[in-house]
Design a protein around this ligand. Sequence first.
Ligand code: AP5
Length: 213
Amino acid sequence: MRLILLGAPGAGKGTQGALLAKGMGIQKVSTGDLLREAVRRGTELGLEAKRFMDAGELVPDDVILGMVREVLAEAKAGFVLDGFPRTLEQARGLDEILDELGIDLDAVVVLDVPDDEIVKRISGRRSCPECNAVYNVYFDPPAHAGICDRCGAALVERPDDDAATVARRLEVYRAQTEPLIEFYARSETPVRKVDGLRDVDEVQAAIREALRP
Ligand code: AP5
């Protein structure tokens, strides 16, 4: 299965992508996670990306496409893309990569969540910098406050999760990423809209249902 998960910041792409990857035996490819890892390691790419991320802006398309091309070539069992593509340029670049690899997308899943819920979810998010597990102090707290259940590392708040940066990320989403829904609606890849304003398990079940042939 080869999927794109589209949705606003905080809509639950990472959460649902991880469940889909685990349940379907496919790879979750999150450009946000790849970039945060590069920032953490202090690579040249990470240093360049950090200033865009901290401002709530998008990292340049050529940087992202180079990064994704390498990963997709290795994702033989299938993949779910979380946070990519985010611009028309990236969507066209993805089409080229898929052509080169001789593969097609199976579906685009759009997670629909209203802005007030998004702001609450993001303000409660805590992430593990070691294994990328994601928690929420309101909806899905770890067993021991501030500690990752999975690997025991100290949880952190993302630097781009403050209110002003979230507001900018939402603007950028509306202007640059939301138009991709129309782009894919005009393509041969089916677009499935899913109500994301439900419990994590209910959203997962709705996505699975929407992906049934
Ligand atoms: P990225 O990491 O992709 O961030 P994002 O798209 O803004 O999405 P988030 O990670 O904030 O949210 P999510 O939808 O994954 O939600 P989550 O599951 O965590 O990108 C960050 C930055 O990197 C960008 O701003 C940009 O600078 C750069 N970047 C990344 N990709 C790029 C690209 N392709 N091109 C250019 N730049 C790029 O859930 C959020 C919270 O809600 C969590 O706490 C979770 O536990 C909770 N939650 C999830 N589902 C539910 C539910 N159903 N009910 C209650 N709580 C829930």
